[in-house]
Every structure is written in structure tokens, then in C-alpha cells.
Design a protein around this ligand. Structure first.
Ligand code: ATP
Ligand code: MG
Length: 391
């Protein structure tokens, strides 16, 4: 029998009252949008059902269940989900279906795990476990193992119906994208920043992306990479906006007017200023970067604090404690790695000095920065921003 619904479970810790209903509605909306981006509207509907969400599939939807499962795996906020068969609240029907479901597959031991949310149903969960279990043994000859079964027959009795399933599929966990507000994520085209964007989306923030490029001194490869990355990241957050910012005019004056060893820090201070201005415009509350402590010259504690001094909103760094190999593993898991390693011309490496300061002192950086018309440079960069929307 083909599953005709997918039961979706989310974490409930800390979710009470108003928050909970907001969370559920957001998750419902995100599930709908996710499925709708890939399949016709009529294939699936999403309803709320007593502390879980239920995706109902029509016949075409049932034929596309593997596509839908792949989509749900990337919906933040789902802890697990289970393709299930819906049936009447009737012990005869439930037992028959359970036996049918447990008659296939290569396994030795099993258990039945019933949950009765609907107290109107006259059979208790323990009795259901025993009776359905006995029927399965009789037909299949399999043995019971309550502690460590090879296969489990789950029966959820809820809302006047029963749902049977044998498989729970792990989701992303986290919070539905949108419940935590908005952030501006600095996306470089490298390995780290898409992973850091993933982690904030996973905690419920909508990421608006900013990419700085040095066209015409570099080619457009980094821009193309960032677009491709966003398309991949769209499996977690359906809609996205990208700000493309020209950094070259700023880099040119920094190159000609300031000490080489502070260049990278000055570039970074401009990047965060421009990103902060975008954040104010779109009502985002923080910036996100892919920094990991000590990974490169600009990511020492000294330099991090000198960069942060340029702005007043927080810069969050989800990868601060990650090793490069851990970041790479995650990048592979979320499918951004192959794009990240494509060759490009990084805006900063082009204008990077031989010996960048690893422990810059704010005082010295400010002396250099005084030589520049900071406000004007930021304004010009913002005025020439190109904004792209991904639906
Ligand atoms: P990544 O792998 O994300 O490029 P990285 O290891 O190359 O990081 P840095 O070059 O020091 O490290 O960049 C640190 C962070 O600054 C990046 O993770 C990103 O968030 C931001 N950043 C750097 N360059 C750019 C850029 N051209 N556009 C947008 N953000 C950038
Ligand atoms: Mg980089």
C-alpha cells in the first residue's frame, strides 16, 4: 500500500502559547512553498494536526513521493517525518493494514509502537501493541524484540483516524526559516560562507546575501558561483535576494593611499559597513560571516575586533569553532562544496599585500582610514549595487 500522507514532527522544546502557533504556521507555509517550487499545487496539501503537520498526497503526489521526501529533508524545523498510510479508527482495519505492511522486507525482529492522542478511541495503546503484534507474529512468524527491533510498526491514533508507518526519516531540525527575523550574509564564493549561511537559516533566520566583487579587474566567475550557491541554498530558504557590490573603486583608493599591511583589514571594514547599511535598509538585525578563529590572517581575535569596530550591529560567525575539515564535510552535505571549489578570482586576493597584519592595532588602522573619504566611498558602492531576486 502506498503512503498517502507524510506526518511531520518538529521540536517542541520552549514552544509555548503564541510562539508555538507562529512557529507552526511558518513551518506549514515553508512546507507548502517548498513542495510548490518543484511540483504542481494539486499534488500535495499541508495541514496542521495536533502538534504535527500532515502532508496529504493525491495520486500524482503519491507517485512523486521520493521527490517530496528529498524536498522535506531540507525544510528547517522538521525533526523527523514519516510517510504513512491513513486509515479508519477500527481495530480490524488497523490490524489488517499493519500485517500487510509488516509482511514485506527483510527483517528478523519487530515491535509495535502505538500512540493514542485520541482518547475517544476505545482501545489503549498497550492493548493495540499486543493485539496487532500477535496478528503480525501469526502471519509472518517473526519474533518480537522490544529493545532493539529490526523494524517497527508505528500506529498513531489521532483526529478520528489512524496512521501507520514503519520508517522515520530524519529532518534538518532547527527552526522554520523566518521565525528568527532577517540577517545579511556575506557570501564570498569560498567554502565557508555558504555553510555559515546554512547555519543561520537552520536557526530560523532569513538570509539576505551580499557579494563583493572586483569586476572589471577580475572576471565574473565569483558572481556566477555565488548565484549557483544561492540556487542550492534555496532548498533551505525558498526565496532569496542577492546584493552585488563593486569593491574595486574602494580597493583602488586603499591601494594607492594606505599602508599595504592594513589593506585586507580596511577592505573588510568597508565590506561590513556596506553590509550594515543594507541591513538597516531591509531591517536585518545582524551580519553573518564564514570566519573561523585563526583560519587566515584576517581571522585572528585582534583583527576580528578591529573589523567589528567599524559598525554597531552584531556580526555573527556560526563557524567560529569549526575546523576546515568539519566545514568541508558540511559543505559537501549541503551540496555547496562542488561550487565553492570551482576556480574564481577572489576580490581580496587580487589586491592582497605580501605581509598582511595579523595583529592589527585599531589606532594604526584608524590613522590609515583617516586618509580616505569613508562615507562617500560607502555611498557610491551602495548606489551602484545590483539587486537580484531568486524565486
Ligand atoms: P570563505 O570560504 O567564506 O570565502 P575564507 O576562508 O576565504 O572564507 P576570508 O576570505 O577571510 O575567509 O573571508 C571571511 C568571510 O568574509 C567570508 O566567510 C565571508 O563571509 C566574508 N567575505 C570575504 N570575501 C567576501 C566577498 N567577496 N563577498 C562577500 N563576503 C565576503
Ligand atoms: Mg574566501
Amino acid at each position: 500500500m502506498k503512503p498517502d500522507v507524510i506526518l511531520c514532527h518538529y521540536g517542541e522544546i520552549g514552544l509555548k502559547g503564541k510562539n508555538r502557533s507562529y512557529f507552526e504556521k511558518k513551518l506549514q507555509e515553508n512546507l507548502r512553498k517548498t513542495i510548490k517550487r518543484s511540483l504542481p499545487d494539486s499534488y500535495a496539501s499541508v495541514d496542521r494536526l495536533y502538534g504535527r503537520l500532515i502532508v496529504r498526497l493525491n495520486e500524482q503526489g503519491q507517485n512523486e513521493i521520493s521527490t517530496i521526501i528529498a524536498l522535506l529533508k531540507n525544510v528547517c524545523g522538521l525533526v523527523y517525518f514519516a510517510p504513512a498510510v491513513q486509515t479508519a479508527q477500527d481495530m480490524g482495519v488497523i490490524t489488517e493494514l499493519a500485517v500487510e505492511m509488516m509482511s514485506s522486507g527483510d527483517y528478523k525482529t519487530f515491535r509495535v509502537t502505538s500512540r493514542r492522542t485520541d482518547k475517544d478511541f476505545h482501545v489503549g495503546s498497550q492493548k493495540m501493541n499486543e493485539d496487532v503484534g500477535a496478528a503480525i507474529i501469526e502471519t509472518t512468524g517473526k519474533g518480537v524484540n522490544l529493545g532493539n527491533p529490526d523494524k517497527t510498526c508505528f500506529i498513531d491514533v489521532v483526529d478520528g483516524k489512524a496512521f501507520l508507518y514503519t520508517e522515520k526519516i530524519q529532518g534538518q531540525g532547527g527552526l522554520p526559516v523566518g521565525v528568527s527575523g532577517k540577517v545579511v550574509s556575506l557570501l564570498s564564493g569560498g567554502i565557508d560562507s555558504p555553510v555559515s549561511s546554512y547555519y543561520v537559516m537552520k536557526r530560523g533566520a532569513v538570509a539576505v546575501f551580499v557579494h563583493f566583487h572586483s569586476v572589471p579587474y577580475t572576471n565574473e566567475a565569483s558572481i556566477e558561483k555565488v548565484r549557483e550557491m544561492i540556487e542550492v541554498l534555496q532548498s533551505f530558504q525558498q526565496r532569496a535576494i542577492l546584493y552585488l557590490i563593486k569593491l574595486a573603486p574602494i580597493q583602488k583608493v586603499i591601494m594607492t593611499d594606505t599602508e599595504p599591511k592594513y589593506r585586507v583589514i580596511l577592505y573588510r571594514r568597508f565590506m561590513v559597513r556596506i553590509a550594515e547599511a543594507i541591513a538597516h535598509k531591509i531591517k536585518a538585525k545582524a551580519l553573518i560571516t564564514g570566519d573561523s578563529l585563526g583560519q587566515v590572517a584576517s581571522q585572528t581575535l585582534e583583527n576580528i575586533s578591529v573589523i567589528e569596530e567599524a559598525i554597531s550591529i552584531p556580526i555573527l560567525r556560526p563557524l567560529i569553532g569549526f575546523d576546515k575539515l568539519e566545514i568541508i564535510d558540511k559543505a559537501k552535505e549541503i551540496n555547496t562544496y562542488d561550487i565553492s571549489i570551482l576556480p574564481d578570482q577572489d576580490c581580496c586576493s587580487l589586491f592582497t599585500p605580501k605581509h598582511p597584519a595579523t595583529k592589527a592595532r585599531l589606532k594604526n588602522v584608524l590613522v590609515e582610514e583617516k586618509k580616505l573619504n569613508v562615507r562617500e566611498l560607502v555611498k557610491t558602492a551602495l548606489d551602484s549595487a545590483v539587486i537580484e531576486t531568486f524565486n
